[in-house]
Ligand binder design. Structure first.
Ligand SMILES: Cc1ncc(C[n+]2csc(CCOP(=O)(O)OP(=O)(O)O)c2C)c(N)n1
Ligand SMILES: [Mg+2]
Length: 796
């Protein structure tokens, strides 16, 4: 406890009694959810018939969460706060369900859970029950933007929600076990990016109940002074609340929260009214209370309250041990339910009255249902940024740089709305979308030096070398009704694989919850791609995020591989306007040939895949289809087409480019899937397909295995061969180079069988020549490096 709060007793005895009763009611409803399917008000002694057959849920963290909720309610009431809760230990779900029920929000969104005895019975029964509600603070829980099932992301979500929401206070409970995770450990640094003048406040509470599932937590077993120093080192002003006597704790909590809220108000006043630009030391609370507080102290002779044994269900053998049933009865009655609810099951009005009203209730905070607040992003006309095509493939352009122009325009167009941010792990400039920084700058509240460029306390580009933080901030930002864009190196986006899983689950679930309104999509740009790791080599080569996303629900995921800048612009425009998706855009940043006019690009993106007639000579009846997806595979395919034209002039080649990967799937599997008839038109049954793909070849097989022509689809892609070598040698190492693709065609078209031997000889000679040249000169052969699609296609 801090000195300032030490001698204060802000609660009157009546207030203290009411708050304690409210807390008891929340605890009672939490225990009831875990155990009971009947007898909700304990009108008769509990019997086994009242108890659920499967006892599921987590008690340990719940009383602490309930304690905090009633105190936050007081603060909201007294200070008229706009407060959002985020619960790191999301397994404490029953507590949040109980509290949103007590304040009335729950019944408003789920009218069948009435505010009476029947409602309580249903509330109990549905919890962790088949087709009922999940045990966590799930999307189904009013007021939540954070599930908390996978631990580690509470604090980044809280900060993401607070950015550009100057009136919001995000109360964020961090589990002391959760605090051991990598993402959480780095999240404390978010305070170097939060501007007290223009952003809201985050109120972190380290829930130091001492234990995880079966072990003590690190932070509870280091000297308290060391823990405080750690928090100070992270730039916070730590406050402490410690104890287990409810009456004392209520009074101390009220005192300490008053001081902390005064601190926040003072920090914001200094920044907003007095012009302070100093990075403040925001208050944070270390709350040291017993795990399973107010639950059974001993079970079967072993200590439970205050130990790891309280984590899940403390009395787990109700059906085997009559003593456990008796203890449950006693435990639930210890909350004195008849003082809390009348005989009809109505929460007593004098208790209900202390909750905030209307939208001030945390369960009804509009920020937790971001779609309610979502303003459409203003996206300027992307056609204005088009690359003018003067001859196909004749000029080299860095596609992502062109995207940077569009993003800059988006940033400017929405500057007043303050609802668009761009996130990246120190790669915004490297991925060549750096123009987006112009006019806004990069968010930074820490120290600056003259050598720094573009750092700004009000910057809207967020750069921190933590993919976890970028992802978490962006999720928090989107879930509270704003828009964003995340650019990352392709190989390292895997760091957030698990986080995107959780976001995809959230989106999938919210689609089935009518009161949850759609939010802006989570947009990724992956650049610095596998094929062009000129500076870095093997460690930076991994296109597998595509594979990862493919596992997600098809109504949530979209994957685009635009082959040039104009298609990239069209794709980006679409993604920025979309809702409730995870959009993955994979696009190169290196200078590369440009193929499509803007109109062609738009048409291409509309269908997702189509024949490039200017590159084809099949007259509607191909000998072979050369398909390509991704910028480098497209280049190699077109170069292979030229090689084949020279060697086999009468070969009828159809070139199909794929920009929307999901179009390859059948319609039954993905809404973007091409109908079978159309697919068969493009890839006629019996005609070989040589498919050059940006990523792992299995992806294409996986998407097309049900297509009629699948047996004839032969895919080249990345096969984990790589090093720091020339761009073309990367293709050669992975057999996706133009010579290999041309040879593949000769091997696959039956009527060219007689050419196979000569072609193999030619292939070996070309590859040998290439290998010798790159080894000697450290660069690609000039005719490879400077290759262009011929202006007059008859001469290629
Ligand atoms: C990333 C992750 N790893 C492991 C788990 C499994 N798990 C669930 S709860 C828990 C212990 C959490 O301890 P703490 O954060 O202290 O929460 P509390 O004590 O408040 O229940 C663990 C390890 C998880 N949910 N997420
Ligand atoms: Mg704990």
């Amino acid at each position: 406890m801090n000195d300032e709060a030490a001698n204060k007793a802000p609660l009157s005895s009546e207030q203290l009694a009411t708050m304690d009763a409210y807390w008891r009611a929340a605890n009672y409803l939490s225990v009831g959810q875990i155990y009971l399917k009947d007898n909700p008000l304990l009108e008769r002694p509990l019997t086994l018939d009242d108890v659920k057959p499967r006892l599921l849920g987590h008690w340990g963290t719940t009383p602490g969460l309930n304690f905090l909720y009633v105190h936050w309610n007081r603060l909201i009431r007294e200070r008229n706060l706009n407060m959002l809760y985020i619960i790191g230990p999301g397994h404490g779900g029953p507590g949040l369900v109980a509290n949103t029920y007590l304040e009335g929000s729950y019944s408003e969104v789920y009218p069948h859970i009435e505010l009476n005895k029947d409602g309580i019975k249903r509330l109990f029964r549905q919890f962790s029950w088949p087709y009922g509600i999940p045990s966590h603070v799930a999307p189904e829980t009013p007021g939540s933007i954070h599930e908390g099932g996978e631990l580690g992301y509470s604090l980044v979500h809280a900060y993401g929600a607070a950015f550009d929401n100057p009136d919001l206070i995000v109360a964020c409970v961090v589990g002391d076990g959760e605090a051991e995770t990598g993402p959480l450990a780095t999240s404390w640094h978010s305070n170097k990016f939060l501007n007290p003048a223009t952003d809201g406040a985050v109120l972190p509470i380290l829930h130091l109940n001492g234990y995880k599932i079966a072990n003590p937590t690190i932070l509870s077993r280091i000297p308290h002074a060391e823990l405080e120093d750690l928090m100070r080192g992270y730039g916070y002003e730590p406050f402490t609340l410690e104890g287990d006597d409810p009456a004392v704790m209520h009074q101390q909590a009220a005192a300490v929260f008053d001081v902390m809220l005064d601190r926040i108000a003072a920090i914001q006043k200094a920044a907003r009214e007095e012009g302070s630009t100093k990075r403040p030391a925001w208050p944070m609370l270390i709350m040291r209370t017993p795990k399973g507080w107010t639950g059974p102290k001993f079970v079967d002779g072993k200590p439970v309250e205050g130990t790891w044994r309280a984590h899940q269900v403390p009395l787990a053998e109700i059906f085997e041990k009559p003593e456990h049933l008796r203890m449950l009865d006693e435990w639930m009655r210890s909350y004195k339910p008849n003082e809390l609810f009348d005989e009809k099951g109505h929460f007593r009005p004098e208790l209900a009255d202390i909750a905030p009203k209307g939208r001030l209730r945390m369960g009804m905070n509009a920020h937790a249902n971001g779609g309610l607040l979502l303003q459409p992003l203003k996206v300027p006309n992307f056609r204005e940024f088009a690359v003018k095509i003067e001859g196909r493939g004749q000029q080299d352009v860095e596609s992502t740089r062109i995207l940077g122009h569009l993003l800059h325009a988006v940033m400017q167009a929405n500057a007043d709305q303050k609802n668009f941010r761009v996130f990246g792990p120190d790669e915004t400039a490297s991925n060549r979308i750096g123009d987006v920084i112009i006019g806004t700058g990069k968010a930074w509240m820490a120290e600056t030096l003259p050598v720094d460029e573009d750092l700004s306390q009000t910057g809207r580009v967020m750069e921190v070398l933590s993919e976890h933080m970028c992802q978490g901030w962006l999720e928090g930002y989107l879930l509270t009704g704003r828009h964003g864009f995340f650019s990352c190196y392709e190989a390292f986006i895997h760091i957030i694989d698990s986080m995107v899983n959780q976001h995809a689950k959230w989106l999938k679930t919210t689609r089935e919850i009518p009161w949850r309104k759609p939010i802006a999509s989570l947009n990724y740009l992956l650049s610095s791609l596998v094929w062009r790791q000129d500076h870095n080599g093997f460690s930076h080569q991994d296109p597998g995020f595509i594979d990862h996303l493919l596992n997600k629900k098809s109504d949530v995921v979209r994957i685009y591989l635009p082959p040039d800048a104009n298609t990239l612009l069209s794709v980006a425009d679409h993604c920025l306007r979309s809702r409730n998706y995870i959009n993955l855009i994979v696009a190169g940043k290196q200078p590369a040939p440009q193929w499509l006019t803007m109109d062609e690009a738009i048409a291409h993106c509309t269908t997702g895949l189509c024949v490039w007639p200017w590159a084809s000579n099949d007259n509607g009846s191909p000998d072979v289809v050369m398909a390509c997806c991704g910028d480098v595979p497209t280049l190699e395919t077109l170069a292979a087409v030229c090689l084949l034209r020279q060697r086999v002039p009468d070969l009828r080649i159809r070139v199909v480019n794929v920009v929307d990967l999901m179009a390859l799937e059948p319609t039954s599997e993905h809404p973007h899937g091409l109908p079978d008839e159309d697919f068969d038109q493009l890839f006629p049954v019996g005609i070989p397909v040589v498919f050059a793909f940006h990523g792992y070849p299995a992806v294409i097989h996986r998407l097309t295995y049900r297509r009629h022509n699948h047996d004839n689809i032969h895919v080249r892609g990345y096969k984990e061969e790589g090093t720091t070598t020339t761009p073309f040698d990367m293709c050669v190492l992975n057999n996706i180079d133009r010579f290999q693709l041309a040879l593949d065609v000769i091997h696959r078209v039956p009527r060219l069988a007689s050419m196979a031997e000569t072609a193999e000889q030619w292939y070996s000679e070309e590859i040998q020549r290439h290998k010798l040249f790159v080894a000697e000169n450290g660069d690609d052969l000039p005719e490879i490096k400077n290759w262009r699609w011929p202006r007059d296609r008859s001469i290629c």
